[in-house]
Design a binder for this molecule. Structure first.
Ligand SMILES: [Zn+2]
Length: 140
């Protein structure tokens, strides 16, 4: 049976994030009053409640905050993607986001490892923000 992947649905608040991924950019909101970085996309700052949030491009690098290794598919859609490394990434701006890791042996995954973004379309063409090890010798 062919499964249709569950797709994220952009809202007016999150649209700039998805537009950024389409262009190969990682965009985060930043509060113009207290300078707090904000993720997930919101209409106001969670620290000071200001509505003066601005979208800025960041390089998307960060560290592995937590992870789990799914050896059994978490849903039928992901049956061909096991083992799947589900990760919580802490970007250098301090925000956390949930993603998956690529191009790494599960045995080599460790908390705190440096990561860089890897934006690629899924089977339906939706750009997804995933992460790969940030090799300091890499030219990317
Ligand atoms: Zn604020």
């Amino acid at each position: 049976m062919a499964w249709t992947l569950p797709l994220a649905v952009a809202t007016p608040t999150s649209q700039p994030f998805w537009d950024g991924l389409e262009k190969g950019e990682v965009r985060l909101q930043q509060c113009q009053d207290c300078h707090q970085w904000v993720f997930y996309p919101r209409t106001h700052c969670p620290r000071c409640l200001s509505e003066a949030l601005q979208w800025n491009c960041v390089d998307g690098r960060g560290s592995l905050h937590s992870f789990t290794l799914a050896r059994v598919p978490t849903a039928p859609h992901f049956a061909d993607q096991v083992p799947q490394i589900l990760a919580i990434v802490e970007l250098d701006e301090g925000v956390h986001l949930t993603s998956t890791l690529r191009e790494v042996d599960p045995a080599q995954v460790s908390i705190g490892m440096r990561l860089r973004p890897c934006i690629e379309p899924n089977a339906e063409g939706l750009p997804l923000l995933r992460f790969v090890p940030d090799d300091p010798c890499s030219t990317q």
